[in-house]
Write a protein that binds this ligand. Structure first.
Ligand SMILES: [Zn+2]
Length: 118
C-alpha cells in the first residue's frame, strides 16, 4: 500500500497540509485502491491513518483538523465521531451559568448600571 500511496502525495513539512495529487471525489477527498485491481477504492486520508496508527475502530470517522479534504498529513488527522459537535451548545450553556454566579465584582458592575438607568 505505502509504495503506491506516497508517490501520489505532495509531502511537505510536518505542520503543512500534504495534498493528495491522484484521483479525488467531488468533495475533494483523495482515493486509492486498497489492494489489487479488483479491490475497492478507499479514501486516501483513511489509508494514511491506518498506515501510521493502525486500524480505524468500527464506526469511527477520520476527521481533518485542517478542514482540507485532500490532505493526508497524519498530523492533521484525528479519529472521532459526528457526536462531538452536538455537545458544544451544552458547554456554552454551563459557561453562562457560571458567569451569573461569579464573583461579587461583576454583580457590582451590574447594579451600578441599573442605578444609572433608574
Ligand atoms: Zn492538512
Amino acid at each position: 500500500m505505502a509504495e503506491r500511496f506516497w508517490p501520489k502525495v505532495a509531502v511537505g513539512p510536518d505542520n503543512d497540509c500534504w495534498e493528495w495529487t491522484a484521483c479525488k471525489d467531488r468533495e475533494g477527498y483523495g482515493f486509492i485502491r486498497s489492494g489489487g485491481q479488483r479491490d475497492p477504492m478507499i479514501r486516501a486520508h483513511r489509508a494514511s491513518w491506518e498506515m501510521h496508527f493502525g486500524k480505524i475502530p468500527d464506526g469511527m470517522l477520520v476527521i481533518h483538523q485542517c478542514d482540507n479534504p485532500s490532505c493526508v498529513n497524519p498530523n492533521h488527522l484525528a479519529v472521532g465521531t459526528v457526536v462531538y459537535s452536538v455537545t458544544l451548545p451544552l458547554i456554552t450553556e454551563s459557561t453562562s451559568d457560571m458567569s451569573q454566579t461569579s464573583s461579587d465584582g461583576s454583580r457590582g458592575v451590574m447594579s451600578r448600571r441599573e442605578a444609572r438607568a433608574a
